[in-house]
Ligand binder design. Structure first.
Ligand code: GLP
Length: 632
């Protein structure tokens, strides 16, 4: 199907708080097709005048589909890039151009090697210049841009700290190309690529904000829910050196191309009643009541007419008031999302429960993109489901082996070696020595061999089994799909193939679940959870087309992974937890030793979810695991 190249329509006035034009597209593919078509026109126009075109380019996963579209233009339409000059924004410092994570290599692999651009016309900052020469090197980079005639169009992504290029918080508007220290969040985001946070470089060379602002035109792309808040800050917030993308507000020809998930925190999406008339669908009514209660820090049942009127919600009262009735209605709706029976409560009236009472017990399938995602987001619910007698299968779509540090693999190889030597197992000695030799040979940044990946998978499997055991799930109820796209790929560059979808479909058809728990629908499309969700949705679509009967009685429950947690108005099922249950869940998460992300290990996120319910005047729980229902 051809991509649509027009953004979704903007209703009159709804963008009035946006200080940078934000074009929302149905999908990243549509946005990239639109941008690539523009680039083509720009090059053609300049070519007609005998001029080269200078493009400023970005790395990261965001522009990958855009580069694919440029490659397609070259391959399928014969479009030439022979008179295009490029300057990349940045490069990790201390990383040479052939390092597998260098931006220079990224650009070759993702674009330059596939089009007819002259390599001499491509520029990526050199991460290997000696420290004492960095200053003059950076001035030289600036000079080269000027000599090329300045940048015609600068392509940008945005980091979670709001950075453009690597202009981390604190970068001034006038900053120029320079060496910069990377922020902790930026380093955490790059940890998977570098096989561990400790391997992520601490410094980078980046064009400055001032350098970027000199481009004649700027297009910033962002996809997925975890960019939503930073996009809103940049577009609607004050211009601030804490969010370097906000400096784009001062540029006459800067704009954002975003997908619906990345647009989610803009006023027009988050609180649309402030900028346009709203038709008040059920979910919007709940959203508005929750919003006003949170804003005024009042429980729902204490809101009065004035609270609504003074906060732009007079219209809501006219249609759904008076406040007293509306409050009770929304309070009840929220109340009904709370259920300690995630598999449904047998022998109970389920009219107001999120799950059906029957069938009982249910066959439940928990899908986890990689080991640990499941327990982090729904360890408490897994335990409940098991305790309440449901038949729970946990399936890990990928092995997660790329996240395991070399030191872990080495530790296991050494244990094996010592045991094998003592027992005089010749083959095992050879095997363990082989692993150790392969680890030494590849070094910290080299690609893992198949043997190393296998041993790392086994480590993750063991941890997954231990974590599941804490939740009561027995070994034989665990499935490891090891989807081929993961085993053959690397983070940010995974491509789901038919064989992956077929494997997920086979699992679904074998288990025939009454409930599926999954994640990734709102994630950055290049992320692992998003790829896994894509494989699942395709597998479901195929089962549906084949008329699979199990689908008719299947509920799909979504949990949030690394994206922002569901807000109360988005939640369809809130599974409460006692302090003991939360402590057990945290201990399940701690079974994962080979890969740790400290932020998620304390149960804080579940405490916060409970706090939000409490603040709205609902029952006070220690913790809550939230879910949203997805209509299959
Ligand atoms: C890095 C790059 C930025 C990029 C950002 C976001 O920090 N230096 O140019 O915009 O990552 O990356 P991604 O597109 O993978 O989310």
């Amino acid at each position: 199907m051809a991509a649509k190249t027009k953004p979704l329509p903007t209703l009159p006035g709804e963008d009035r708080l946006e200080k940078i034009p934000a074009h929302i597209y149905e999908s990243p593919g549509d946005a990239c097709a639109a941008l690539a078509a523009e680039v083509k026109t720009l090059i053609e126009k300049r070519r007609a005048k005998g001029k080269a075109t200078v493009l400023g380019l970005a790395t990261g996963s965001t522009p990958v589909p855009f580069y694919r579209e440029l490659i397609r233009l070259h391959n399928e339409e014969g479009f030439s890039f022979a008179d295009v000059i490029t300057f990349n924004l940045d490069e990790y410092f201390g990383v040479d151009r052939d390092h597998r994570e260098s931006y220079a290599r990224f650009m070759r692999e993702q674009l330059f090697d596939h089009i007819d651009i002259d390599p001499a016309n491509t520029h990526v900052p050199d991460g290997t210049v000696p420290s004492e020469e960095v200053f003059s090197y950076c001035s030289g980079y600036e000079k080269a841009i000027k000599e090329a005639g300045g940048i015609d169009l600068q392509i940008l992504g945005i980091g979670r700290t709001g950075h453009i290029g690597f202009n981390e918080p604190g970068s001034s508007r006038d900053s120029r190309t320079r060496l910069i220290t990377l922020d902790r969040i930026t380093r955490l985001d790059a940890a998977a690529d570098f096989l561990g946070e400790e391997n992520v470089p601490r410094f980078a060379i980046t064009m400055g904000v001032g350098t970027i602002l000199e481009a004649r035109e700027i297009a910033l792309m962002a996809w997925g829910q975890n960019k939503a808040s930073v996009v809103a800050e940049a577009v609607e917030g004050p211009v601030s050196d804490q969010v370097s993308a906000s400096f784009l507000q001062d540029h006459p020809k800067a704009r954002f191309l975003i997908d619906a998930a990345a647009a989610g925190a803009l006023t027009r999406r988050r609180v649309p009643w402030l900028v346009r008339p709203v038709s008040w669908k059920a979910r919007d009514v709940r959203r508005a009541v929750v919003w006003v209660a949170q804003k005024l820090e009042k429980p729902v049942l204490k809101l009065v007419e004035r609270d609504f009127n003074e906060n732009g919600l007079g219209d809501l009262l006219t249609q759904h008031g008076p406040a007293y009735d509306l409050n009770i209605r929304i309070f009840n709706e929220l109340q009904h999302t709370i259920s300690g029976w995630p598999g449904g409560k047998p022998n109970a009236d389920h009219t107001n429960r999120p799950e059906r009472a029957l069938p009982y017990p249910k066959t439940t399938l928990v899908l986890s993109p990689e080991p640990q995602d499941d327990v982090i987001s729904m360890g408490g619910t897994m335990e409940r489901l098991h305790e309440q007698g449901h038949n729970v299968t946990v399936a890990y779509l990928t092995s997660g082996n790329l996240r395991v540090a070399d030191a872990e693999a080495e530790k296991f190889a050494r244990v094996l070696l010592a045991t094998a030597q003592r027992e005089k197992w010749k083959k095992q000695v050879e095997y363990a020595e082989g692993i150790l030799a392969q680890l030494a040979e590849k070094g910290p940044f080299g690609q893992d061999t198949d043997d190393i990946r296998r041993i790392k998978s086994l480590i993750r499997r063991g941890e997954a089994r231990d974590a599941c055991a804490v939740c009561g799930i027995a070994h034989e109820k665990i499935r490891f799909l090891d989807l081929p796209f993961y085993e053959q790929g690397r983070y940010r560059q995974f491509t789901v193939q038919d064989e992956d979808i077929a494997a997920v479909r086979k699992l679904l058809a074998a288990v025939k679940p009454h409930q599926i728990y999954a994640t990734g629908n709102a994630a950055d499309p290049s992320s692992l959870p998003a790829k896994c969700f894509y494989a699942l949705s395709q597998a479901i679509a195929q089962e549906k087309a084949a008329g699979a009967a199990w689908l008719e009685s299947c509920y799909l429950w979504l949990y949030r992974g690394t994206e922002d947690e569901y807000s109360p108005h988005e939640i369809d099922m809130a599974v409460p937890m006692s302090p003991d249950q939360l402590a057990r869940k945290v201990s399940a998460i701690h079974k994962y030793q080979s890969h740790r992300s400290e932020e998620q290990h304390t149960g804080e996120r579940n405490r916060l979810a409970a706090q939000r319910y409490d603040d709205l005047g609902l029952a006070e729980y220690e913790a809550i695991e939230p879910f949203q229902r997805w209509r299959i």
